[in-house]
Design a protein around this ligand. Structure first.
Ligand code: DHB
Length: 366
C-alpha cells in the first residue's frame, strides 16, 4: 500500500533531479518501467569540466564503458505511477501519514484520507517520506547516530525554455563560484549558480542570472550561452547528512529520509533507487523463504554505498566551489586538482567510475 501526501498532479510535475546512473536505468528497465525512458532519455557518454576558460571532457564510455541518462525525476514518477495503477495496485494520493506505532513488533500507521482518520497494520514500513517526513523522527533520538555537514553556499537553479548550450553537462569552476549547465530535454536547459546560503531570490532578476552564468562559463574559444524564458527559479541548500542505522525493527528508511547528499554529482535520486533495490531483495527473500537475514543486513548494505556516494558528492562539491575567504593558495589548489583530474587517466577514471555509478554486485566495492 502506498500513502502519498501530495496529489498525483503535484508529484508528477514537481521538478527535481534529472541524471540517472546506468544501474538506475537498468533497474527501471528490469522493473518494466523503462520503455519511455529508453525512448525519451538522453544518453550522455561524458561530462565537461571547465576551468581557466577551457573545457576538458571526461569520456565515460572510453574510461569505464558506461554512460548516464538525462531523464527528469518527475517522468520516472509518472512511469512508476502508471505501472502500479496499471496492475491495479492502489496508491492513496493526498493521504497524510500522521503517526507510526510499534514499528518493532506489529507496525501501524495512522493516516488521514478523504477527511477521516484511518489506521493500517503492516508487516513492514518503507519510510520513503523524505528528509522532513515522519518516519525518521518516529525513532527515539537516542537510538540514531547523525553524521552531518553543512556547506557555506547554496545553488540558485533555473529552468529555461532554451536548447542546452552544450550537448553534455558542463561543471564550471570559476573564481566567482561554481556554475553548472544541465538539461531536461533538447528544448529545456537546467542551469545552476553557486550563491550565498541565505541568498534572496528577489535579488536575481533573469538578466542578472544569465549575465553571471556567462561570466563564469566563458571560454577562450568564445562559448555562447543563449538565454530564453526562465519558467522556474529556486535556491537549493547544500548539506551532507547520514542516519545510522537505517532500520529499526520493521521500519526501514530509504532515500532522503535516511541521507542527503549535496547535489554536485547528481547522486540523490540514484542513491534512493539503490536503497529500494536492497529493501526489495530483502522483502522478496522474506516472502519467498521466510528468512529475515537479508533484511537484517539492510543498513550495512545500504551504508556502504551511501558513504561512497557521500564521499564522491563531498569531493565534487569541494573541488568545484569557492569557500568563503579562499585565498590564492586555495584557488591554485582547486586549479591543480582539476588539472590533475582531467589530465591523469587514473584520476579521470576515478571520477567516471563514481559518476556513472559504482557497480551493485562487486563484493567489497559496493
Ligand atoms: C543536475 C543536478 C546535479 O546536481 C548535477 O550534478 C547534474 C545535473 C540537474 O539537476 O540536472
Amino acid at each position: 500500500m502506498v500513502l502519498e501526501r501530495h496529489s498525483r498532479e503535484y508529484v508528477e510535475t514537481r521538478v527535481r533531479a534529472g541524471v540517472l546512473e546506468q544501474g538506475t536505468v537498468d533497474i527501471l528497465r528490469d522493473s518494466g518501467v523503462g520503455e519511455r525512458l529508453e525512448r525519451e532519455g538522453l544518453q550522455h557518454q561524458g561530462v565537461e569540466l571547465r576551468f581557466g576558460g577551457q573545457g576538458h571532457r571526461i569520456d565515460f564510455q572510453d574510461l569505464v564503458g558506461k554512460s548516464i541518462t538525462v531523464y527528469a525525476q518527475q517522468e520516472v514518477v509518472k512511469d512508476l505511477i502508471a505501472a502500479r495503477l496499471g496492475y491495479e495496485a492502489p496508491i492513496y494520493f493526498e493521504a497524510e501519514a500522521m503517526q507510526i506505532q510499534e514499528y518493532d513488533a506489529q507496525p501501524r500507521i495512522q493516516y488521514q484520507f478523504d477527511g477521516t482518520s484511518h489506521e493500517i497494520a503492516c508487516d513492514f514500513i518503507a519510510g520513503c517520506d523524505g528528509f522532513h517526513g515522519i518516519c525518521r523522527p518516529a525513532i527515539p533520538a537516542g537510538q540514531l547516530q547523525i553524521h552531518e555537514r553543512h556547506y557555506p553556499f547554496a545553488w540558485l537553479g533555473i529552468l529555461a525554455h532554451v536548447p542546452p548550450a552544450s550537448h553534455e553537462l558542463t561543471y564550471t569552476y570559476h573564481e566567482r563560484g561554481f556554475a553548472l549547465l544541465s538539461m531536461r530535454s533538447l528544448e529545456v536547459s537546467r542551469l545552476y549558480l553557486q550563491c550565498a546560503p541565505d541568498e534572496n531570490i528577489e535579488n536575481w532578476p533573469d538578466d542578472r542570472i544569465w549575465q553571471e552564468l556567462r561570466t563564469r562559463m566563458a571560454t577562450q574559444e568564445g562559448f555562447v550561452l543563449r538565454d530564453g524564458p526562465i519558467f522556474q527559479k529556486g535556491i537549493t541548500p547544500m548539506r551532507s547528512f547520514v542516519t545510522s542505522p537505517m532500520q529499526f525493527g520493521k521500519l526501514f528508511l530509504l532515500g532522503d529520509a535516511a541521507h542527503i547528499v549535496p547535489p554536485t554529482g547528481a547522486k540523490g535520486l540514484n542513491l534512493a533507487v539503490a536503497d529500494v533495490r536492497v529493501l526489495t531483495r530483502g522483502l522478496v527473500e522474506f516472502y519467498k523463504t521466510g528468512s529475515l537475514e537479508p533484511l537484517r543486513q539492510y543498513t550495512e548494505r545500504c551504508l556502504r554505498r551511501v558513504w561512497k556516494c557521500q564521499r564522491f558528492s563531498w569531493w565534487m562539491t569541494s573541488m568545484l566551489h569557492r569557500f568563503p575567504n579562499e585565498d590564492s593558495f586555495s584557488h591554485n589548489i582547486h586549479l591543480a586538482e582539476l588539472d590533475y583530474v582531467t589530465r591523469s587517466r587514473a584520476a579521470s577514471t576515478t571520477l567516471a567510475e563514481n559518476y556513472v555509478g559504482l557497480p551493485f554486485d562487486t563484493p567489497g566495492l559496493f
